[in-house]
Design a binder for this molecule. Sequence first.
Ligand code: BDR
Ligand code: CA
Length: 322
Amino acid sequence: MKKKVIIDCDPGIDDFLALLLALNSEELEVLGITIVGGNVDLNTCGENALKALELTNSLHIPIYLGNDKPLYKKLEKAENVHGADGLGNTNLPKVKNGVLNYGAEDFIIETLHNNEKVSIIALAPLTNIAKAIMKDKSAFENLNEFVSMGGTFKECGNCTPVSEFNYYVDPHAADYVLKNLGKKVHIIGLDVTNKTVLTPNMVEFIRMIDGKLSKVVSEITKFYGEFYWRFDKIIGSVINDPLAVGYFIDKSICKGFSTYTEICKEGIAEGMCIVDKNNLWQKEHNSIILTEVDAEKFLKKFINLLLKDKEEEVEKYIGLLF
Ligand code: BDR
Ligand code: CA
């Protein structure tokens, strides 16, 4: 049985890769994609999601635009990481006849009410999710699993010294979701994503195998990889959002611990995860913090899924990479 899922995202280069991964996976049934302003503005994120749908012949999957800004803060975008177009300034052509619907929150609520075992993978600031819970908390009683790419436990932040982008952009939403979802949030933070680097060798492999998605993957990761070199002297791209999808498909990819977490909402540590690992506050656990990752297993899955139209060649040559 396929796992039913809604993907909430702000594409964004790594969101785009995550969408390609999810849409190419036989294990998932993507019921819809909801969009929030984050890496770039709301509409550009929506247009980019359409491009991912077109590339994977999935234009039948609906996209719903949600919030164009965080609950209380001004939107701080990440065009320095993702380019002005959100896809590394590649300016891929706009999808003709693509439909962007409005009403992300209502879509989430109705989908949860009308289907069994729906999960959410959130790859962006949690504004849409927080607003949906505020509107109809009862819908979330039906939620199966909730995976959120965001935050960091022991690693330094990528936005402030202590905060990761998604939780920094809308700390109020992240904190609200943790306190009101009624289920544990699986937090795929920088502790695990920083260890999943798509290296230039891997990108070159993807390009040489020459599958349907090869060109776009090699083009959009150029700008992203340059950012990571400037930012942290990493040779390659940290593929944050795809790891959340990979982990949702196969839980053995990451390991962690259950705990109580809240998010610092303002001041110098705005967006920081306050993780009560030692249970000092004796509060009911609301999160699973993932701290270990089998990066090789994940990256193999990532490459296999992106090149699924070239399965035999990948199987024959992937040993060159690992
Ligand atoms: C997260 O921030 C965004 O820029 C990425 O798309 C990812 O969701 C990583 O910190
Ligand atoms: Ca994202």
